[in-house]
Design a binder for this molecule. Structure first.
Ligand code: PLP
Length: 494
């Protein structure tokens, strides 16, 4: 593990191929949550991207770009993604697999965490594969240059259209249930289809209930007692080429033992599949490694996690006398979360004497639904004085018509006023990809920052864009035309 401090920013930046930033001296009483130390080998262990730095005035930069300038240029809310952090994370997974697993391996990016052409292209260029769960994610991956042979299609209710697209492109299909098999058989593929079989391993993780997927009461995958039946059924379909076995046990996991246990479950399934004549090559342990959202989070490093998984799979296969499979893992959150942050501009302030102070920003639950959905916690700083000592505690509220639209509770901030720009860290995963248009609020733009340059990778939606798919039936249009003569009053009365 390499911990770097801001005083070592130049060497860290150079190692990541970045321009360096001036380092500002900080006074001991400056205690903002912006952390000066960073683990550049395992970015999931940091609150902010590995290129974060303070300029001579103490303003926050990422990827060599001044965040206040980005907010000014591209508007807010703005998703910012740091290319160096994303690349460093991809390399950490690849190198750890090569270092700790004696057989072949492939890390597959779970693109549900954040799907875009730019991320697909970056991840593909780092040699990783990609997991998609819909036609939209699949098309984004293919258009972004991800080779089809490195893509897997997941989903517990795939449509005929999604399966047709996947088969046509030569993507591996994850067989999640009997319905998948029936649909595939109906499509009667002429050429062999590469399949990966997903099973529910019955391993429960200590994580938020809504994001557990590996226990027995799960909508995903075949129950263990169905395994032999489906493996036997597959031998009757000449087009079915079972190339892999898969399980995913949850997300934001800080323990190593659940994945070690999973290795044994998957190795048993591998032994059974091979004994029934399936030449299974891949063992996919899913994703799940946690990240640091707040200072009290202390997730394992990518290297520790991969090592734990690799050793367990190696050992489980040895114990069963199995030839080593190719080891696959599917990180989502730990691959992109720490590379991202969101910029907001502060607007209104409301003081409720003796209770709390609300600061409202120009985004909220539509660009980050995690706090209202999972009560997730985040860390935020003012980009122009991230290390300034806090003077008050505020509740950071979104702008949506929902009392629960709160991004951060009890945020310690230096004096902040309307117009100040705030960065919420670690929003690279499950923010843009889970964004909605609630209250008909357009989705933010996204920029990729690298070596002092920013590229727009997602245009900002405009209110007019939200009307693109609305249709006004002719008979309502007529009513509208009539009533509008009488003004809005009449329209409301309709
Ligand atoms: N693989 C599968 C099948 C998943 O369902 C998920 C997330 O839910 C992932 C991988 C990625 O998990 P994480 O983002 O926790 O790494």
């Amino acid at each position: 593990m390499t911990i770097t401090t801001e005083s070592a920013a130049e060497s860290a930046a150079a190692a990541a191929g970045l321009t360096s930033a001036a380092v500002v001296a900080t006074t001991p009483e400056a205690t903002g949550p912006y952390e000066l130390e960073r683990d550049i080998e395992s970015p999931n262990r940091n609150l902010s991207p590995i290129t974060s730095a303070l300029d001579a005035k103490g303003r926050l930069q990422v990827g060599g770009c001044d965040l206040a300038d980005l907010a000014q240029r591209y508007g807010t809310p703005l998703y910012v993604l740091d290319e160096a952090t994303l690349r460093a994370t991809c390399r950490a997974y690849r190198q750890a697999l090569e270092a700790h697993y004696p057989g072949p391996s492939l890390a597959i990016y779970a693109s549900k965490a954040n799907s875009s052409l730019a991320i697909s292209a970056l991840v593909a260029s780092e040699g990783l594969g990609l997991d998609a769960v819909s036609s939209g994610e699949l098309l984004t991956a293919l258009e972004g240059g991800m080779p089809a042979e490195r893509i897997v299609l997941h989903g517990n209710n795939k449509s005929r259209e999604e399966l047709t697209l996947a088969i046509g492109a030569g993507v591996t299909v994850v067989l999640d249930n009997w319905h998948d098999l029936e649909l595939l058989a109906e499509l009667a593929p002429a050429a062999p289809v590469s399949l990966m079989l997903r099973l529910t391993p019955g391993i429960e993780c200590h994580t938020h209930e809504y994001i557990q997927t590996g226990h027995l009461d799960s909508k995903f995958g075949f129950d263990p007692d169905q395994l032999e039946a489906v493996l036997r059924e597959l031998t009757r379909h000449p087009w079915a080429q079972l190339t892999g076995l898969h399980a995913h046990i949850g997300s934001q996991i800080f323990e190593l033992q659940p994945h070690r246990d999973l290795a044994g479950v998957l190795a048993d399934a591998l032994a059974l599949a091979r004994s029934l004549g399936h030449p299974v090559r891949d063992l996919n342990v899913g994703g799940g490694l946690g990240i640091r959202y707040v200072t009290s989070d202390d997730p394992p490093s990518i290297q520790e996690w991969v090592r734990g998984v690799a050793e367990a799979v190696h050992q489980a296969c040895q114990q069963r006398g199995l030839e080593l499979p190719r080891l696959l893992c599917e990180p989502g959150r730990s691959l992109v979360a720490s590379a991202g942050l969101t910029l907001y501009r502060i607007g209104s302030r409301k003081e409720v004497p003796g209770i709390r102070t609300y600061l409202s920003v120009d985004g909220g639950m539509s660009d980050n639904p995690r706090p209202i959905t999972y009560q997730s916690q985040y860390t935020a700083v003012l980009v122009e004085r991230p290390r300034a000592a806090a003077s008050e505690r505020v509740t950071l509220a979104g702008k949506h018509c929902e009392s629960g639209d709160i991004l951060l509770k009890d945020l310690a901030l230096p004096p902040a006023q309307s117009g100040d720009v705030l960065a919420v860290f670690a929003t690279g995963a499950y923010n843009a990809s889970m964004a909605s248009n609630y209250n008909r609020i357009p989705k933010p733009a996204a920029v990729l920052v690298h070596e002092g340059a920013a590229d727009l990778v997602q245009r900002r939606e405009q209110p007019e864009d939200l009307l693109r798919y609305d249709l006004l039936p002719e008979r309502l249009r007529k009513l509208w035309a009539t009533s509008s003569q009488g003004g809005h009053q009449a329209l409301i009365c309709l």
